[in-house]
Design a protein around this ligand. Structure first.
Ligand SMILES: [Zn+2]
Ligand SMILES: [Zn+2]
Length: 175
């Protein structure tokens, strides 16, 4: 959803509030595409703090399906949104290019709330996702999800001589 900012950026002290639906139904970035499972509209407050500077404050939340790091089952992850940005409306689009973030969600006087939320989601992206603390992961041999029970593969016993050799190698690397 777009919010046109020319009115507010020309009236100092003005404050507007908007409840904005986040329209994207998936988050796509470098590691892949993740479905948006649930979302709350963003409560956005835009204040003109003077000198054509706008302060954006927004809250909301979004639930994204992210695969478990170990077993790859989809886990619903809640990502709270705490948006806080300052926009200098005196800058032209060309000057804004220096601020890559800003040029993504602001074009001229149009604020793209979806892009704003998208960036916020990326910044709050969870580093580690597990379906449960003691997730058993998948079998490295047959690929079965071991949370659903053992797969029957025989774990290859580690050869103590090989372990000693790899120890030597890792020591060698440390030097
Ligand atoms: Zn898991
Ligand atoms: Zn197996």
């Amino acid at each position: 959803m777009q919010i046109h900012l020319s009115d507010i950026s020309s009236s100092e002290g003005k404050c507007i509030q908007r409840t904005v639906e986040f329209e994207m139904d998936a988050i796509t970035f470098q590691p892949g595409t993740f479905p948006v499972l649930a979302k709350e509209p963003v409560e956005l407050t835009i204040t003109n703090t003077g000198n054509r500077v706008l302060e954006l404050v927004g809250t909301g939340s979004i639930t994204v399906g992210v695969p478990c790091d170990r077993c790859l089952e989809e886990v619903p992850v809640d990502i709270p949104l705490q948006i806080k940005r300052k926009l200098d409306m005196k800058l032209t689009d060309e000057e804004r290019v220096n601020d890559l973030d800003e040029s993504i969600y602001l074009t001229g006087m149009d604020l793209d709330v979806d892009q704003l939320v998208y960036l916020e989601v990326l910044m709050s992206w969870p580093l580690k996702v597990l379906c449960k603390e003691d997730c058993k992961g998948i079998c490295s041999q047959c690929g079965k999800n071991l949370n659903n029970g053992p797969c029957g593969c025989v774990e290859e016993p580690k050869d103590p001589r090989m372990a000693a050799i790899s120890d030597i190698f890792s020591k060698f690397k440390e030097v």
